[in-house]
Design a protein around this ligand. Structure first.
Ligand code: IPM
Ligand code: MG
Length: 361
């Protein structure tokens, strides 16, 4: 198979971790007979430096023409005035929002899985963790507060800021279908999270999700209010299989879910449109403080490349081979510094990529 991949190394540790993911993909290509070709585009701070904007139309067009996009991370220290002393729509993160919208990536999947090898890094008590947890957050990514009309104005001498939260039934239906489809391949449970005791958008959310559920009689659907969900995630994370929620709630809950795995450097993510096209990126940020030091954990990006193989290219066997190689390296006791534990061997970014690539095929 020939796959055209656009890579977006981005800022901070982005270039280092994307390099390792490509190394692993190339090994998969050699072992299983596929050709992955890469075209690099700029996004985030590096694009601001080069072109004055976080994402150019040309870069977006390149991404659109690819079969899939692999992203490292964008952004710098918010104190970095070079990128942040400008209007919000010109900051690095605006590039991320623009590419999500521009590519129609409405479905964001963030798995939160506890590796037994890393269980000691989990901040929850042993009796809560039990034999571990394994959930996916399905976050709506192109609607809601992030993309609603917003402005700041002065009313009778008083400053007032307005953000609007809008969802229509089509936007809710298509993300709900994605969540139910994923749940069918897992433990067949969907927890739809909203704030239906207050918000109209949440009441519509609940109504549409219930309609979609009728087409999936095998799935257990439950509704949960977002504040309760935040609590349940740390009280009983094992109850969750697929969490389905809107953009802002998903942003917050996915950070919480990743924290309880104890290792944000391990968590991958996929953002999909209606087709098999997707953008794949680690759940963590650009970590500018450790950039260029060969200490960043490349595993989340490598696992994101595995998701790309599975969801964009239907290469299940190859995706599983990457996941198994990651598992093997952990079992053998290799760790980057963020997940380092007693008795393990510490490795840098590039060596971790080598170790994983070596264990494929
Ligand atoms: C994320 C990030 C982004 C978001 C920021 C960087 C705009 O927090 O991907 O979760 O809020 O969606
Ligand atoms: Mg976030």
């Amino acid at each position: 198979m020939e796959c055209k991949i656009v890579t977006i190394p981005g800022d901070g540790i982005g270039p280092e971790i994307v390099r390792e993911a490509c190394k692993v993909l190339d090994k998969v290509g050699r072992v299983y007979g596929h050709t992955f070709s890469y075209k690099e585009i700029l996004m985030g701070g590096c694009s601001i430096d080069a072109y004055g904007v976080p994402l150019t139309d040309e870069a977006l067009a390149e991404a659109k023409a690819a079969d899939a996009v692999l992203l490292g991370a964008v952004g710098g220290n918010v104190g970095n005035s070079r990128w942040y002393d400008v209007a919000p729509n010109l900051r690095p993160e605006a590039g991320l929002l623009a590419i999500r919208k521009g590519l129609g990536l409405f479905a964001n999947m963030r798995p939160a899985y506890l590796y037994q090898e890393l269980a000691q890094a989990c901040p929850l008590k042993k009796e809560i963790i039990g034999d571990g947890f394994d959930m996916v957050i399905m976050r709506e990514l192109t609607g809601g507060l992030y993309f609603g009309e917003r402005h700041t104005e002065e009313v009778d001498g008083v400053l007032q800021a307005v953000d609007t939260l809008t969802y229509n039934e089509h936007e809710i239906r298509r993300i709900a279908i994605k969540a139910f489809d994923i749940a069918m391949k897992r433990r067949k449970k969907v927890t739809s999270v909203d704030k239906a005791n207050v918000l109209d958008s949440s009441r519509l959310w609940r109504k549409v999700v219930e309609e979609v559920a009728k087409d999936y009689p095998e799935i257990t659907l439950e509704h949960m209010l977002v504040d309760n969900c935040a609590m349940q995630l740390v009280m009983n994370p094992r109850q969750f299989d697929v969490i389905l929620t809107e953009n802002m709630f998903g942003d917050i809950l996915s950070d919480e879910a990743s924290m309880i795995t104890g290792s944000i450097g391990m968590l991958s993510s996929a953002s999909m449109n209606e087709t098999k096209f997707g953008l794949y990126e680690p759940s963590h940020g650009s970590a500018p403080d450790i950039a260029g030091k060969d200490v960043a954990n490349p595993i989340a990006t490598i696992l994101s490349a595995a998701m790309m193989l599975r969801y964009s290219f239907d290469l299940d066997k190859e995706a599983s081979a990457i996941e198994a190689a990651v598992q093997k390296v952990l079992t053998e006791g290799y760790r980057t510094v963020d997940i380092m534990a007693e008795g393990c061997e510490q490795t840098g970014t590039a060596r971790m990529g080598d170790l994983i690539a070596e264990r494929i095929g």
